[in-house]
Design a protein around this ligand. Structure first.
Ligand SMILES: NC(=O)c1ccc[n+]([C@@H]2O[C@H](COP(=O)([O-])OP(=O)(O)OC[C@H]3O[C@@H](n4cnc5c(N)ncnc54)[C@H](O)[C@@H]3O)[C@@H](O)[C@H]2O)c1
Length: 247
């Protein structure tokens, strides 16, 4: 892809970028000129190899405060101050309320939601100094749909929308925006467990009736992380082919 330079001189952290939607976001940000810090539980070697010298890989657990210190250190050593954080890593086991235990509830909250808070604690000071920053939290359109066995996940993904709204208020005067993106059912490892019939039932409820590829979730993330979206904050953008309609 030609480099239109919209993200030139920006340093972007993308969590869960070893595969799936996170990998697509990391590769697209790099294609626009960003330097990328690709984070996953295991070193995200395929993503780093796809990007080349504009990427550095970090193995870190985003639910762990020490993980965020390691991410910041790697970013600083490789590229400097972090301008963009895309919190995309997620934990999404399916359990009905009868089977859901406290440990699973807490792990879901810590991977999906604590990470958003920890990233803000880590990177807001540098963004304030630079008077520029972008947070994008990857939520899910399931917060508005009838999906069984996901009460913990839906709570955490609704929490991302709430945290982005609240954080937006605290950092607005320093050129920092905070928004959520809500993908619909997308073709990744996460959805491989679903049978063909279940997937078909979902995408047939969309206006655009097909299964999304990870690359189709990327555009709104690119937009939100440019200067073009500087006056847009505290918002939730649904990217699901027109399944869940807001307003
Ligand atoms: N695929 C879908 O249909 C869909 C739909 C709506 C929302 N989403 C959201 O999009 C995001 C990406 O989904 P995906 O389908 O690409 O998922 P995926 O499971 O394919 O990839 C997620 C990545 O996050 C990493 N990860 C998990 N826990 C981590 C942790 N504690 N620390 C660091 N990395 C961790 C995993 O190792 C994995 O590489 C998630 O936030 C998910 O909730 C996905």
């Amino acid at each position: 892809m030609a480099n239109p330079g919209t993200h030139q001189n920006r340093v972007a952290v993308v969590t869960g970028s070893g595969r799936g939607i996170g990998a697509a976001i990391a590769i697209a940000l790099a294609s626009r000129g960003a330097k990328v810090v690709a984070v996953d539980l295991q070193p995200p070697t395929a993503t780093v190899a796809a990007i080349g010298p504009a990427a550095v890989g970090v193995a870190a657990d985003v639910s762990d405060p020490d993980g965020w210190s390691a991410i910041a250190r790697a970013a600083e050593q490789a590229f400097g101050n972090v301008d963009i954080v895309v919190n995309n890593a997620a934990y999404y086991p399916n359990h009905s309320i009868e089977d859901l235990d406290l440990e699973t509830w807490r792990k879901t909250m810590s991977v999906n939601l604590d990470a958003q808070f920890l990233s803000a604690k880590q990177f807001v000071p540098g963004m304030r100094r630079n008077q520029w920053g972008r947070f994008v939290g990857i939520s899910s359109n399931s917060i508005g749909l009838t999906v069984k066995g996901m009460s913990h996940y839906i709570a955490s993904k609704m929490g991302i929308v709430g945290f982005m709204r609240g954080l937006a208020n605290d950092v607005a005067n320093d050129g920092i925006t905070c928004n959520a993106v809500l993908p619909g059912l997308t073709h990744t490892v996460a959805t491989e467990a679903q049978g063909e019939e279940q997937r078909r039932a979902t995408w047939q409820a969309q206006a655009i009736q097909r299964f999304a590829e990870p690359e189709e979730i990327v555009g709104p993330v690119l937009f939100l992380t440019t200067d073009d979206a500087a006056f847009m904050t505290g918002q939730a953008l649904v990217v699901d082919g027109g399944q869940y309609r807001v307003g």
